[in-house]
Design a binder for this molecule. Structure first.
Ligand code: SF4
Length: 193
């Protein structure tokens, strides 16, 4: 047999034969099932963040976060069990993983001080304290106990709440309950999912 480089490769890779021309048993290799890259990933069911349709998605994450591991998002696809989209995603939704892994994604709150044109990064503690202070002050200043006819209404007219497309049904329920307990009456939700 002329064992040139070309013939060696040809003889080693003849597909469909159980025994290669060089005598190797190819059956184990042919029987091996190709594994998906998501086979060891954890699944998180979530919602597409882009529009009011609110399609259900599954995010696949590698790594437990333990020693020497870093949780890494490796794939996002439509959730076939979701009644809204049945596993389908539009082209924009199908590319939503790019949003999550973009190096331009902000991971901390930004603050623009009064009369400043510059944004600065602040901590979550600072942001929550700022929010709680403004919320309390606005509520105290705009709370209405009785309307013009004297009826008890106990409502806060100085604050409105608008949810986002990433707020799922259960989150929206909790937000609505929380805001109503504060007396808010102007409550809406962008996605209504
Ligand atoms: S996948 Fe498309 S249609 Fe569905 S929520 Fe996302 S952007 Fe909207």
């Amino acid at each position: 047999m002329d064992l040139s480089r070309r013939n060696f490769l040809k003889a080693s890779t003849v597909g469909g034969l159980s025994i290669s021309l060089l005598g190797f048993d190819l059956r184990p290799a042919q029987a091996a099932v190709r594994q998906l890259k998501i086979r060891n990933a954890r699944e998180y069911r979530t919602v597409c963040p882009y529009c009011a349709v609110g399609c259900g998605t599954i995010a696949y994450v590698h790594g437990s976060g333990g020693l020497n591991t870093t949780p890494t998002l490796i794939h996002v696809e439509g959730d076939p069990d979701n009644p809204i989209n049945g596993g389908t995603l539009c082209p924009k939704g199908a590319s939503q993983m790019q949003l999550a892994i973009s190096p331009r994604l902000r991971k901390a709150p930004m603050m623009r001080d009064a009369r400043s044109s510059e944004w600065r990064e602040i901590s979550w503690d600072e942001a929550l304290d700022w929010f709680a202070r403004r919320f309390k002050d606005s509520r105290d200043a705009s709370f209405v106990e009785r309307d013009t006819t004297g009826r008890t209404v106990n409502r806060c007219e100085g604050i409105a709440w608008v949810g986002s497309a990433t707020v799922a049904n259960e989150d929206a329920y909790l937000i609505t309950k929380t805001m109503r307990s504060m007396g808010l009456v102007y409550i809406d939700h962008q996605a209504r999912i």
